[in-house]
Design a protein around this ligand. Structure first.
Ligand code: FAD
Ligand code: SF4
Length: 490
C-alpha cells in the first residue's frame, strides 16, 4: 500500500475541516511576520493558533520553525495541500508540483461560483443575486422555493441607530478565551524577534480576545448565538464608544484561520431561529454576512485576478498613510470617531464593519490615501486580515478604486451619517453640522472636498447625480475646499 501523503496545512487551515486523518506538516515561517508591520495581537493569534494545533495533533504532525517555507518543502515529493488562500501561495505549491485538493472553508465551492458567473456571461455579478442563489442551492432559510418569511432581505428592519442615551447595548460580555503557556511563549517569542530587529509590530497585545482553537471557536459561536445574535440585525450598523463589540460575532478571525466551518456557523444561527430564540431579521442579516458577503468576497478575489489591487486606482489617490494610522496612535487624532476607532484597533486588532467602512475607509477615501498602501495596512493591522479578504473590501468597496466593479458608488459620507449611527459626535470638538471654520467637522467638509476633487471622475455614475447636484448648490464650496486642502488638525 502506498504511504499516505503528508498534508501541509497553512495558517488558514487549522481546524478539523482541513484534516482527513493522515500525517500533517505545519511550518512556522518567520518571514510571514516580517513582510510588513503587523499588529501584535494578530501575530500573537496566528502563532498561538498554529502552536495549539501542533499540540492537539501530537505525533501526527511534523512541526518546523524556520525562516522561510522553502527551507522545509523544497525537494520533497510527499506533500499535498488543500488549495491555499492567496495567489502567491497557490503559485508556490504549483511550482513545486505538490498535489492540490480543492479549497475548503466556505459555504460554496469555487466551481459553484464559476457556474454562477458563467450563467450570467460574467456580467452583473451582484452580491444580492449571488446570495439568493446560495440560499436556493443550500436550502438555508428556505421553505421549498421561497425564502422563509416570504422575503429575501430584512434590511429595513435592521440598521437602527444605537439606543438614545445608552452607553452600551446592555448585552452580556462576550465569552473570552483564557490564555495558557502557549500564549505566553508566543508573546515572548514575538518580543524577542522584535528586539532582534526581525519583525515590526504595532499596537497592543492585551489579553487574547479571539479563538485560537476549534474548541474555543465553538464556545465563541455558542456564546454569540445565545447572547448577541438576537440583537445582531437591529444594531448591525450602530456604534457606541463604550461598547467595542456591540452585537457582533467576533467570528471572522476563527473562520479565516479555518478553526470554524462557516456552514456550521450559519446552521447554528438558523437553528436559533427555528427554536424561536432569535428573530428572522437578525438571523437573515447574519446569514447574509457569511453565506453572502464572506463567500462573495472570497470568490471575487479569484475572479478579479491577482493584479486587481495593483491595476486599479480609478480616483487617482496617491496620499501616503498618516503616522497616526501607521503607528495606531489615537493621540494624534482630534476627530472623536476616528480617534476612538484607531484606539480600538490599537487595543484589539479589530473594529466592526461600520468602523472599518464608514470611519476608517470613508476617511481614507475622502483624504485620497493610496488604495494599495491602505490595503496592506488593513491586512497587517486586523486580526482577521488575509490577502483574499482585503482587495474587494478595500480597493473595491471602501475606496472605489476599481471605478465601480464591486460597489456601484463610493461609500463617502459626511458627519451627519456618523452622528446618526453613533454617539461619537457628542464627545467631539468638531460639529457634524458645520463645514466651515474652527468647528468644521473634517468628515462633513471632507465629503464636499472629496466630491469636488472627483466630480469629473464620478459624473457618469447615475447614483452620484444627487450628491453632485448638491455640490453645485454649495455657495461656499471654494472656501470649504481650500480649508480642507490646508487642514492640519483632524
Ligand atoms: P459580524 O458583524 O459578526 O459578521 C459576521 C461575519 O460575516 C463576519 O465574521 C465575516 O466572516 C462575514 N462578513 C461580513 N461582511 C463581510 C465582508 N464584507 N467580507 C468578508 N466577510 C464578511 N472581514 C474579514 O474577515 N477580514 C478582514 O480583514 C476584513 N477587512 C475589512 C475591511 C474593510 C475596509 C471592510 C469594509 C470590511 C472588512 N471585513 C473584513 C468585513 C467585515 O467588516 C468583518 O468581517 C467583520 O467586521 C468582522 O467582525 P465580526 O466577525 O464580528 O463580524
Ligand atoms: Fe467625527 Fe465629525 Fe462627529 Fe467629530 S463631529 S465625531 S469628526 S463625524
Amino acid at each position: 500500500m502506498a504511504t499516505p501523503r503528508t498534508r501541509w496545512l497553512f495558517a488558514g487551515q487549522l481546524g478539523p475541516l482541513f484534516d482527513d486523518g493522515g500525517p500533517i506538516l505545519l511550518v512556522e515561517a518567520r518571514s510571514v511576520f516580517a513582510r510588513r508591520p503587523m499588529h501584535r495581537a494578530k501575530a500573537h493569534l496566528i502563532l498561538s493558533a498554529m502552536r495549539h494545533r501542533v499540540r492537539e495533533l501530537g505525533d501526527r504532525v511534523e512541526y518546523r520553525q524556520v525562516d522561510r517555507f522553502d527551507e522545509v518543502v523544497d525537494g520533497r515529493d510527499d506533500l499535498e495541500v488543500i488549495d491555499p488562500t492567496s495567489w502567491a501561495a497557490r503559485r508556490f505549491v504549483r511550482e513545486r508540483g505538490m498535489r492540490v485538493l480543492p479549497s475548503r472553508g466556505f459555504i460554496t465551492s469555487e466551481a459553484d461560483f464559476r457556474d454562477w458567473a458563467d450563467s450570467r456571461g460574467g456580467k452583473r455579478l451582484l452580491m444580492e443575486d449571488f446570495y439568493r442563489t446560495v440560499r436556493e442551492r443550500t436550502g438555508l432559510l428556505m421553505e421549498g422555493a421561497a425564502p422563509v418569511g416570504g422575503q429575501w432581505n430584512y434590511d429595513h428592519d435592521n440598521r437602527e441607530p444605537p439606543p438614545k442615551g445608552a452607553a452600551r447595548l446592555g448585552l452580556p460580555d462576550p465569552w473570552w478565551p483564557v490564555e495558557d503557556d502557549i500564549d505566553e511563549q508566543a508573546r515572548a517569542d514575538l518580543d524577542r524577534w522584535e528586539r532582534d530587529g526581525l519583525i515590526t509590530l504595532v499596537g497592543d497585545d492585551g489579553p487574547r480576545r479571539f479563538a485560537a482553537t476549534a474548541d474555543e471557536a465553538r464556545r465563541a459561536l455558542d456564546d454569540f448565538v445565545e447572547s448577541r445574535l438576537m440583537d445582531f440585525g437591529p444594531f448591525e450598523d450602530a456604534t457606541l464608544s463604550g461598547d467595542w463589540t456591540m452585537a457582533h460575532s467576533l467570528l471572522s478571525a476563527p473562520m479565516n484561520l479555518g478553526l470554524l466551518d462557516p456552514r456550521i456557523v450559519v446552521d447554528e444561527a438558523v437553528a436559533a431561529y427555528d427554536r424561536g430564540d432569535a428573530p428572522l431579521s437578525s438571523v437573515e442579516g447574519f446569514v447574509r454576512q457569511i453565506a453572502g458577503w464572506r463567500d462573495y468576497m472570497w470568490h471575487l478575489y479569484w475572479y478579479l485576478g491577482e493584479s486587481y489591487p495593483t491595476d486599479h486606482n480609478a480616483l487617482e489617490a496617491t496620499e501616503p498613510l498618516p503616522e497616526a494610522f501607521v503607528q495606531l496612535d489615537p493621540d494624534r487624532i482630534e476627530a472623536n470617531c476616528l480617534s476612538e476607532t484607531v484606539d480600538g484597533l490599537r487595543r484589539h486588532g479589530w473594529a466592526h464593519h461600520i468602523q472599518r467602512l464608514m470611519v476608517l475607509g470613508n476617511w481614507s477615501l475622502q483624504r485620497g490615501y493610496d488604495p494599495l498602501e491602505l490595503n496592506h495596512w488593513f491586512t497587517g493591522m486586523f486580526v482577521d486580515g488575509t490577502p483574499w479578504v482585503m482587495p474587494a473590501n478595500v480597493i473595491g468597496m471602501s475606496q472605489h478604486a476599481d471605478g465601480g466593479i464591486v460597489a456601484t458608488k463610493p461609500y463617502a459620507a459626511g458627519g451627519a451619517y456618523i452622528n446618526r449611527m453613533s454617539d461619537y459626535c457628542g464627545g467631539c470638538r468638531f460639529d457634524p453640522k458645520v463645514r466651515l471654520g474652527e468647528n468644521a467637522c473634517p468628515f462633513t467638509a471632507g465629503y464636499w472636498a472629496f466630491l469636488d476633487r472627483n466630480q469629473q471622475r464620478l459624473a457618469g455614475n447615475s447614483r452620484m447625480r444627487r450628491p453632485l447636484a448638491g455640490l453645485r448648490g454649495l455657495s461656499d464650496l471654494e472656501v470649504v475646499v481650500d480649508q480642507e486642502r490646508r487642514r492640519d488638525t483632524w
